[in-house]
Structure formats: structure tokens, C-alpha cells
Design a protein around this ligand. Structure first.
Ligand SMILES: [Ca+2]
Ligand SMILES: [Ca+2]
Ligand SMILES: [Ca+2]
Ligand SMILES: [Ca+2]
Length: 264
């Protein structure tokens, strides 16, 4: 290793063990591992995620979808208190689980209601999960033939419980364990005004095309929609994607390795 590279590496490692080390300057990993875990309880409580690594996404290291720039009150988030999130993945024998904890200063769900299954989720505080189950990194996840929908698509859960999966091969299937399920901590937020908004998702292998199992690798990203003042969203922050239209090009999404159970 050359001297300059050694110095650079030392600075990076040194910076991240300092008290109060900010993760803002750290490039987000594009590949993460979903470890095997006992089944997650979908209750908006992250106690059952202890020991699983989370990835922190901030306005500095995430990707803003510029699709809506120039419309309404669209802008990048002011800071991490305005919009940031951390997320983690794990799996059991039947499904992939995703936890998302969003930091958001204003909870707004004026365009949706809890029972909706074809909700305009992108207009409110919501999390959108994008799955490329066959991991072919297609240039258009919504190709007119619907080929990509056979192994995934978009699955959105609004904080109030509204959902949509119309842009997937599994429309209006939320709540069915054969397809996908989820929960938020909406009741805790209503009661105690906590500002951490938690989402838990469960995706059965069927919504990845039915062939995905532990040992496989899939494409995946997620975006957090933030509405702070009603009507359209203010911004949308993604883990990995190509902006604008982060939902389109699967090659810009991240990668998830579904690590088989090792027996320990
Ligand atoms: Ca839980
Ligand atoms: Ca906000
Ligand atoms: Ca908000
Ligand atoms: Ca709205």
C-alpha cells in the first residue's frame, strides 16, 4: 500500500471512531446482507431487530429524486431532522423483512387514509420499497410488457397504513402473508408524539418471482417520501438510485445478499 493510500485509510478509520463521528461523509454501501433471523413481529417496534446492522441515509449521503423539482414546495431536505432514515434487512425461511426508522419533523398524511390499497402514497409521509427479484438490473422497471413486475416492483406503505402496490405484479395484495405485509408505530406516535417513525415490512418470496431463496442476491432500494405541509410531497430521499425517476432504472438500485442460515 502506498504512503498516500495508507494516510487516507488512516484518516477515514480514525474519523469514524471519534466521539460524535458523523456518518454524513461516509459513502453508503451499495451491497448489504440480509442475515437469517427469527420471524420479525410486524408491530412498529424495533426491539426484535437488536443485533442487526442498520444503514443510515441522510440528505448528505442519500439520493434525492429530482423528478418533482420545480413542482409545488419541492426542494431538498434542509437537514437530517427534516428528513433522514436508517434501515435494515433480514430474513427467515419464508420472507425478507425490512425495518425503516424515519426522522421527520412534520407528520402529514392528508392525501391518504388507512384502509386504502391504491393510495397516492408518494404524496404523503411514506416509505416505498423497490424490488428487482430476478436481479437483471433492467433499465425500466415499469416496461410496457410488465416483465419486471413478475419478480417485484414498487410496494409503498404510508405512515397511516394506506398502501399501494399497483406498480408491481402484486396489486392490492397488502396484508396477505402470501405476498406482503407491514406495520408502523402510528399509535405510539399519536399517543406520545415521538418523532421517530417506524415502518416494518415483510415480503414473501412470491413477490420476488417465487424462485428467490436464501443464498440468492436481489436488487432493491427504498425511498422515503416526505410531506411537511400538505398536498404533494416535499422531497424523496433514496438509499441507492439514479435520479430523476429513481423508480425506473433497476441498475441504480442497491443489492441485497440473502445469507443462508449458518447454524450459529
Ligand atoms: Ca417488530
Ligand atoms: Ca420533514
Ligand atoms: Ca413529513
Ligand atoms: Ca400530502
Amino acid at each position: 500500500m502506498g504512503r498516500n493510500r495508507l494516510i487516507t485509510l488512516t484518516l477515514i478509520l480514525g474519523a469514524c471512531v471519534l466521539p460524535g463521528c458523523s456518518m454524513h461523509s461516509v459513502t453508503l454501501p451499495s451491497r448489504i446482507t440480509a442475515v437469517h433471523h427469527k420471524p420479525i413481529v410486524l408491530d412498529g417496534n424495533l426491539d426484535d431487530w437488536q443485533g442487526i446492522a442498520f444503514t443510515q441515509v441522510t440528505p448528505d449521503n442519500g439520493i434525492f429524486d429530482e423528478e418533482s423539482y420545480g413542482q409545488g414546495s419541492w426542494r431538498d431536505a434542509d437537514d437530517a431532522d427534516d428528513l433522514s432514515f436508517r434501515f435494515a434487512v433480514c430474513h427467515d425461511d419464508e420472507a425478507l423483512y425490512i425495518a425503516v426508522e424515519v426522522t421527520d419533523d412534520h407528520l402529514v398524511t392528508d392525501d391518504t387514509s388507512s384502509k386504502q390499497r391504491t393510495a397516492t402514497a408518494w404524496k404523503d409521509d411514506a416509505v416505498e420499497i423497490f424490488i428487482d427479484g430476478n436481479h437483471n438490473r433492467a433499465p425500466n422497471a415499469r416496461d410496457p410488457d410488465g416483465k419486471e413486475y413478475q419478480s417485484g416492483g414498487e410496494f409503498a406503505l404510508v405512515f397511516n397504513g394506506a398502501t399501494t402496490s399497483q406498480c408491481s405484479g402484486f396489486a392490492q395484495t397488502f396484508g396477505d402473508a402470501v405476498y406482503w405485509q407491514g406495520a408502523t408505530n402510528i399509535n405510539a406516535v399519536r399517543e406520545s408524539k415521538v418523532t421517530k417513525h417506524i415502518y416494518e415490512f415483510r415480503f414473501a418470496w412470491s413477490v420476488m418471482g417465487g424462485k428467490v431463496r436464501p443464498g440468492d442476491t436481489i436488487g432493491l432500494t427504498l425511498g422515503v417520501m416526505d410531506d411537511d405541509d400538505g398536498l404533494e410531497r416535499d422531497h424523496a430521499l433514496f438509499w441507492k438510485a439514479i435520479s430523476p425517476c429513481c423508480w425506473r432504472d433497476e441498475s441504480g438500485w442497491g443489492t441485497v445478499f440473502i445469507k443462508p442460515f449458518s447454524g450459529d
